[in-house]
Write a protein that binds this ligand. Structure first.
Ligand code: PEP
Length: 243
């Protein structure tokens, strides 16, 4: 049997303390065969550490490009580690789009997070314009450049392929579209020494997860909306049985 599939949840800035009540239903038997985490807003990391069951690891949605110091409002990787986070999502399209995050900054974040022993999930994915103009593979390859200089000797990095046009839209790519990009990511990754998992993210739901899992190169899911309800458990069960 190969490596476990990865199941990540991303609560974004959509959660409140009440969201933790939902997690009470996230019972162990749904999560037997996957590495599972949920990335919560920074302020909830300690609460997540206390209230998530042991089979759901705590993740953050970002970390600073700095390692510490006089950077008001920033949170560095060592602080996340200290508070019990085990995963961090970096380069999410919402940060690239709304906060102007670029590859160089993302590369520093990856380096800092890996050095602290956090598991990094790097997000890449094209906008609708890139897809329609046929430039999507160039865009994704460009986004992977942030890995080139930091990948050496690091094994705690996975990639999430998240087409921006599929995030929060209920639109999903066809299986051949997913397969094409994931295979390319794996091939490019190999050239630079990346050996991690490549998961799919973008409007994954109970309704489409089985179909997406027919793409055997999909090593798991990153899930936004559906990570705040029982669909997360159902999707996890499907993922477990696809091992
Ligand atoms: C995400 O934001 O990473 C994501 C995949 O969101 P959703 O599942 O809601 O499309």
């Amino acid at each position: 049997m190969g490596r476990k599939k990865l199941l990540g949840g991303n609560w974004k800035m959509c959660a409140s303390l009440r969201t933790f009540d939902t997690v009470k239903g996230f019972k162990h038997n749904f999560f037997l065969n996957n590495d599972t985490f949920i990335a919560v807003p920074y302020v909830y990391i300690q609460t997540a550490k206390q209230r998530f069951p042991a089979h759901i690891k705590v993740g953050a949605q970002d970390c600073s490009m700095f390692n510490g110091g006089a950077y008001t409002g920033e949170v560095c990787a060592s602080m996340l580690k200290e508070m019990g986070a085990e995963y961090v999502i970096l380069g999410h399209s919402e940060r690239r789009m709304f906060l102007g995050e670029e590859s160089q900054v993302i590369a520093s974040k990856i380096r800092n997070a890996c050095d602290e022993g956090l598991n990094v999930v790097l997000c890449v994915g094209e906008c609708l314009d890139d897809r329609e103009s046929g430039k999507y593979l160039d865009v994704i390859k460009q986004q992977m450049h942030s890995l080139e200089r930091v990948i050496q000797g690091r094994t705690n990095i996975d990639i999430a392929y998240e087409p921006v046009w599929a995030i929060g839209t209920n639109k999903t790519p066809t299986n051949s579209q997913i397969k094409e990009v994931i295979c390319k990511i794996k091939a490019w990754g190999k050239e630079i020494g990346f050996e991690g998992r490549v998961v799919y993210g973008g409007s994954v739901s109970m309704l489409n997860c089985q179909t997406i899992l027919e793409v055997e190169e999909v090593d798991g899911f990153l899930i936004g909306g559906a990570s705040q309800n029982m669909d997360f458990c159902m999707i996890s069960s499907e993922l477990s049985s696809a091992q």
